[in-house]
Design a protein around this ligand. Structure first.
Ligand code: RTP
Ligand code: MG
Length: 141
């Protein structure tokens, strides 16, 4: 068994839809444990820094602006193969391509408004967790 941590964001569209509880229920039902969590309203600088890997891409400015458009929830999820499993729960990046029953199918709309973010590797997860949380904010159970 590989116990992993991944980093998750419920993006401004999911929070505006009042869907935090529904999405947390799905995470819990899929055996992912929330070991840290908080609500934030990102500044443009925070959003730009978080998505620095996409700087220069056609969608970057729109993405940064969207991520600052309202409050978000950031959380650390822990579980077996958490990185891959959470990306499966989210579904394809574009909600129009996402399978029925995934978070992005159910709560996303038009890109970049796709409801959720999840780390793409354990290395990204470690970097992204450290971007938003100090070590003593993590509460493994
Ligand atoms: P994320 O990082 O948010 O979990 O999403 P991802 O790995 O599935 O997708 P990524 O390629 O990292 O893109 C980051 C976010 O940028 C927005 N996006 N818009 N062509 C477009 O309009 C476009 N492509 C990407 C989405 O919000 C995507 O989640
Ligand atoms: Mg990504």
């Amino acid at each position: 068994m590989t116990l992993e941590r991944t980093f998750s964001i419920l993006k401004p569209d999911a929070v505006a839809a009042n869907a935090i509880g529904q999405i947390y229920t799905r995470l819990e039902q899929s055996q992912l444990k929330i070991v840290a969590s908080k609500m934030l309203h990102l500044s443009p600088e925070q959003a730009a820094g978080f998505y620095a890997e996409h700087e220069g891409k056609s969608f970057y400015e729109r993405l940064v602006s969207f991520m600052c458009s309202g409050p978000i929830m950031v959380q650390v999820l822990e579980g077996e193969n958490a990185v891959t499993r959470y990306r499966e729960i989210m579904g394809a990046t574009d909600p129009e391509q996402a399978a029925a029953g995934t978070l992005r199918y159910d709560y996303g709309s038009i890109m970049p408004a796709n409801a959720a973010h999840g780390s793409d590797s354990t290395e990204s997860a470690a970097r992204e967790i450290a971007y938003f949380f100090t070590n003593d904010e993590l509460c493994p159970r």
